[in-house]
Design a protein around this ligand. Structure first.
Ligand SMILES: Cc1ncc(COP(=O)(O)O)c(C=O)c1O
Length: 460
């Protein structure tokens, strides 16, 4: 296993690059059904001046899928009544069936299509909120979520359930992280706190499959199993980044609710996500926040009509399958190659900067955290944002940056000149080339060489 915090040997990584990995990858690509030129054409609408190593935030959509979406929009505009009565619901069902197979769900009724993971979280939290409001849950019953839960999910926990009496307990996670055991240990401890010696019921655990920032793949299957053993009533996996990024076997994971976007790593146009609700008594009381004439017919049907709007993004999932199947190994092949490449590029960057990765490769996906040189003096979230902006404006590089203030849940007293206080989260998707990462390497080296620190950047 790679040690997370021992600096990566730059010469070794550089020697591998010199051995022509890039050329090798291109040669391999040529023998696939889809060639490098076609990949470039599919993403020809990307700004060519930008090194986009941030697929994680907003994803990407190839031209062939966008064309399919536009065709559907045209059909709607041409004869909306016909489209509404004859096309829309069968097309949504087709997309749900594709998703059901991809995630190995038992029934298509368990799969609903919603706009995004934020909407899915609202659906789950509103169910819990109703249980508090209707006296099914007692004031003080607990809801557990990770400290690194996504901002909107944390706010949802407060807006929907803390306000009606839930005790929200956060699981402090270590970062940088060296093993799954560390995560499992912290999770067990937090569950003990939440249960308060058996005096409190834990009604819901919210577990990220891949935390957003810092990005770490969480052992969701193990944590869900622990929840079952410890009597947690329901588990909601926020897997906003998962579909097209890590393997999903919903039956194996065993959660009650699971959501993933399709617009991040599954090449859909914005906005498409699914929410899986395992068949149970509780899942019959799950509703879309926008109530329409379909209310009460089950979440999948409710979600299929939330008033007049553009549904075209939800209908192109079969065309996305056609696109991914042009690549060797389909979506699994894409995932595997993205992971291998992002790890390789992460090591190359860490080696060049004398830093380290934020997690072992096996706890990363198509994204990985790479430590930034301590001499950049990233001392706050604002500093990290200033650096991100500087990279965009000066070097045309799009990459999220992160300030790491805590180690093992405690404020770290770090010597800012030598320790790693900041990270970049790099992504790899099929349109990326090694040049994108070399541009980042050289930009940071230039900043370091110029003696520039985050304190020199203007405030955002
Ligand atoms: C873990 C996690 N949850 C939820 C979201 C929200 O996704 P969306 O903006 O598509 O609703 C994100 C977005 O990056 C995320 O990373």
């Amino acid at each position: 296993m790679d040690s997370v915090c021992s600096p990566v040997n730059g010469h070794h990584a550089a020697a591998e690059d010199a051995a022509g990995r890039n050329g090798g990858a291109l040669k391999k690509l040529r023998s696939f059904p889809i060639g490098a030129d076609e990949v470039r054409r599919e993403f020809g609408h990307h700004d060519p001046s930008v090194a986009r190593i941030n697929n994680g935030s907003f994803g990407s959509c190839p031209a062939s899928v966008l064309a399919a979406q536009q065709r559907l929009q045209g059909l709607w505009l041409r004869q909306p009544d016909d489209f509404f009565f004859n096309e829309l619901q069968p097309a949504i069902l087709r997309s749900r069936q594709v998703i059901k197979s991809l995630i190995n769900a038992d029934h298509v009724e368990e799969v609903s299509i919603v706009d995004n993971a934020t909407t899915a979280a609202a659906i789950v939290f509103q169910r819990v909120q109703r249980a508090f409001q209707e006296g099914i849950y007692d004031r003080g019953d607990a809801v557990v979520l990770l400290h690194y839960a996504y901002g909107s999910v944390k706010k949802s926990a407060h807006a929907y359930v803390a306000r009606v009496g839930a005790k929200v307990v956060e699981v402090p996670l270590p970062f940088p992280v060296t093993s799954e055991e560390e995560v499992v240990g912290e999770f067990r401890k937090a569950l003990e706190v939440a249960k308060d010696g058996g005096r409190r019921k834990v009604r819901l655990a919210v577990i990220d499959h891949i935390t957003s920032m810092p990005s770490v793949v969480i052992p969701v299957k193990r944590l869900t199993k622990i929840c079952r053993e410890e009597g947690v009533e329901q588990v909601f996996v926020d897997a906003a980044h998962a579909l097209g990024n890590v393997e999903i076997d919903i039956r194996e994971i065993g959660a009650d609710f699971y959501t993933s976007n399709l617009h991040k790593w599954f090449f859909c146009p914005p906005s498409v996500a699914f929410l899986y609700c395992r068949r149970s008594d509780a899942s019959t009381d799950v509703h879309h926040p926008v109530v329409s004439s379909e209310y009460g017919k089950g979440l999948a049907i409710e979600s299929g009509w939330i008033g007049t709007r553009d549904y075209s993004a939800q209908l192109v999932v079969p065309e996305v399958m056609d696109f991914v199947n042009k690549f060797e190994g389909g979506i699994n092949g894409i995932m595997k190659r993205n992971h291998e490449k992002v790890v390789e590029m992460g090591k190359m960057l860490a080696g060049a900067w004398g830093t380290c990765l934020g997690s072992p490769p096996e706890m990363s996906c198509s994204m990985i955290m790479v430590g930034l040189p301590g001499c950049l003096r990233i001392a706050s979230d604002e500093d990290a944002q200033k650096l991100r902006r500087y990279l965009r404006e000066e070097f045309r590089i799009e990459v999220p940056t992160y300030h790491n203030a805590t180690i093992h849940g405690e404020e770290a007293l770090l010597d800012l000149t030598s320790s790693i206080t900041g990270y970049v989260r790099i992504s790899h998707q099929v349109y990326n080339s090694e040049e994108d990462y070399y541009r980042l390497r050289d930009a940071i080296n230039k900043v370091v060489k110029g003696g520039i620190t985050c304190q020199d950047f203007p405030s955002n």
